[in-house]
Design a protein around this ligand. Structure first.
Ligand code: ATP
Length: 309
């Protein structure tokens, strides 16, 4: 295991009877980074996170969390991880405050005022019985619980689900601050846009396999852009001939303008936009629109990631 890795999975598989939840996953999360796992329902995100916490055990492969195999880490390793489970169940008459104080006794030292400060940031009332809290407020309590003892590693399963946009923003700020403090954050989502602002690297998972691991910038570079260009004093034939050799163009439509003297081009560019820009540059351009890629849509399209099926 490399010193710099906070989490390392090598050839990890998980079978449930005949069903394969994870199929040979290799993954490295660098210490001090924010790593996102994105994929549709049933892709294997929750399974991966439970393996890190030793809630379940792998059928094959090896796992290291903060340098230790979770199977041998026991309570000591568990204390060094802040975990937000995907399906957080909070029931009973106990208040949020007493529940968090209970967790603080297990997880180890929580700084004075840390619970109240986090609760205030996220806007959660601590003195109500947890069973009376809405789904979003339960999620906030779960986040306070994960962050409050400043663990070296945070494992957060769909942390933004149920949070309104303002609270989501606060949560993303907490993640950035954690990274600045040297903590590692491993989080999952089925919505890329929610975590693209904070993740250093993103793994796209589908059907128990890693489809790709990339930086958000890298994903953006492979993204699909829609372009529209207006040319003056140019025939569709001339423009069409110039664009003919560009391999990453699709949905190409080259038409004459109503005035009869110009040409309009509409196309989809997959990935590198440079060949397209170079090809059109020799004509007189009167209009240019490049649609900012919807990263979510284009990434899922590129990697053929659909829903559970
Ligand atoms: P979601 O976004 O819906 O939570 P996920 O990516 O977290 O999805 P997992 O919960 O890890 O997906 O599930 C991966 C696969 O393993 C799914 O096909 C799921 O049905 C299956 N699975 C998970 N837990 C069990 C179990 N206890 N028994 C049988 N199959 C399971």
């Amino acid at each position: 295991m490399r010193q710099s890795a906070a989490v390392e999975l090598s050839g990890v598989s998980k079978q449930y009877g005949n069903a394969t939840a994870l199929d040979g996953i290799d993954l490295t999360v660098e210490a001090g980074s924010v790593f996102g796992m994105i994929g549709p329902n049933g892709a294997g995100k929750t399974t991966t996170m439970r393996l890190l916490l030793d809630i379940i055990r792998p059928t094959a492969g090896s796992i290291r969390v903060l340098g230790i195999d979770p199977m041998n880490g026991g309570a000591e390793l568990r204390r060094r991880i802040g975990y937000l489970p995907g399906e957080l169940r909070l029931e009973g008459r106990v208040t949020g405050r007493s529940l968090l104080e209970h967790y603080a006794r297990i997880s180890g030292p929580v700084g004075p005022g840390a619970i109240d400060a986090l609760a205030e940031r996220l806007g959660v009332q601590l003195d109500r019985a947890v069973r009376t809290l809405s789904k979003g407020n339960k999620q906030k309590l779960g986040l306070v619980q994960a962050f409050m003892h400043r663990p070296p590693l945070l494992v957060l399963d769909e942390p933004t689900s149920g949070l309104d946009p303002l609270v989501q923003r606060e949560f993303l700020a907490m993640v950035r601050e954690a990274r600045e403090a040297g903590q590692t954050v491993f989080l999952s989502s089925h919505v890329l846009s929610e975590i693209q602002q904070v993740a250093d690297a993103v793994a796209i998972v589908r059907s128990g396999r890693i489809v790709t691991v990339s930086s958000v910038e890298g994903l953006r570079e492979t993204a699909v852009r829609r372009v529209r260009v207006g040319f003056a004093d140019t025939t569709p034939e001339a423009v069409g001939a110039r664009l003919a050799g560009i391999r990453n163009l699709s949905d190409l439509a080259v038409t004459g303008t109503a005035t009869g003297t110009g040409t309009e081009v509409r196309a989809t560019v997959s990935g590198d936009i440079d060949p397209f820009v170079k090809a059109i540059a020799s004509f007189a351009i009167v209009d240019l629109a490049i649609e900012e890629p919807d990263l979510e849509e284009s990434v899922l399209k590129l990697y053929g990631v659909g829903g559970e099926s």
